[in-house]
Write a protein that binds this ligand. Structure first.
Ligand code: PLP
Length: 272
């Protein structure tokens, strides 16, 4: 438990996130901020990229200067105690290097790496050098990585969850949650692999109708929020999966394209 300057336990732990801006409000930092507020954390947000997209399509993205990203992080780190950290869209090897350097000051803080490589609507969300940089600089520091099967295929030799998780843990990643939304199974099956424990923890969820945008961001950030509250990894993952499924069950369509998780469902007076 972090302590405030007065020595009191911090009731609202701060989570530091690095991610891109999705103007549609579905994914990226809008997803991170709303998830963290819903789960009783304070978001501190370092923006890595601006994307041009709506709920139907991704048109382009512009990465920010790695020095600007390092400066944003540096200003926060000299100011505030951080309880957990999460990375989303990073976009290039130079940005991964800036983020990896920034988080060396947070070696005792759990780091959740959502290895964002593509937009669900198609199209890459990063440069060709991104995968190797994630593999060598950031995933080895991660308390948890949250790849889907497509990201497993890009980051390891296989999309097969057991082998992909083994390869990521061999790089130093301490826990791997392979998410099952993109696998063609009747139920959605998520698998948590832990370097400290041989047993794979499987979690099955009814598959919801609809095409969602921002579910991966919501899940990874929800795990970081629960870790910031001091939960074990297994509890944090279970609670984050429940929160994300409940957000997806109440998803809504603010535009003409994909549905967006209702991340503030606990605050609504009338619950559908
Ligand atoms: N971050 C940004 C800025 C994005 O634009 C996207 C997808 O478009 C993502 C992350 C990944 O989104 P999802 O949670 O749907 O995997």
């Amino acid at each position: 438990m972090l302590r405030s300057e007065t020595g009191q336990p911090q009731q609202i732990p701060t989570v530091l996130v690095f991610g891109g801006h999705d103007p549609s409000g579905g994914a990226g930092i809008a997803a991170d901020i709303s998830t963290l507020l819903a789960l009783g954390c304070h978001p501190m947000v370092v923006i890595t990229a601006i994307t041009v997209q709506n709920t139907s399509q991704l048109l382009r993205y512009q990465l920010l200067d790695p020095q600007l990203i390092a400066a944003q992080a540096g200003a926060l780190l000299e100011d505030a105690p951080i309880a957990a950290c999460k990375t989303g869209m990073l976009g290039s090897a130079a940005i991964v290097a800036a983020v990896a350097e920034a988080v060396t000051a947070l070696s005792t803080v759990p780091l959740v790496v959502d290895p964002v490589l593509y937009a669900d609507r198609g199209g890459p969300l990063g440069e060709a050098d991104l995968v190797a940089a994630l593999q060598t600089s950031l995933l080895p520091r991660a308390a948890l990585a949250t790849p889907n099967v497509n990201e497993c295929r890009a980051l390891t030799s296989t999309a097969e969850p057991d082998q992909a998780a083994r390869e990521l843990m061999a790089r130093g990643c301490r826990n791997v949650l392979v998410t099952g939304t993109h696998a063609p199974t009747p139920k959605v099956v998520h698998r948590l692999y832990q370097a400290s424990n041989e047993a794979v923890k499987m979690s099955q969820w009814p598959r919801l109708n609809g095409i969602f945008h921002g579910s991966g961001c919501t899940l990874a950030t929800a795990v970081a929020a629960h870790l910031a509250h001091g939960e074990t990894m297994a509890d944090a993952v279970n609670h984050a999966l429940e929160y994300t499924w409940q957000s997806l069950r109440r998803a809504y369509r603010p535009g003409s394209g994909q549905s967006i998780p209702q991340r503030l469902w606990r605050l609504h007076r009338v619950d559908p």
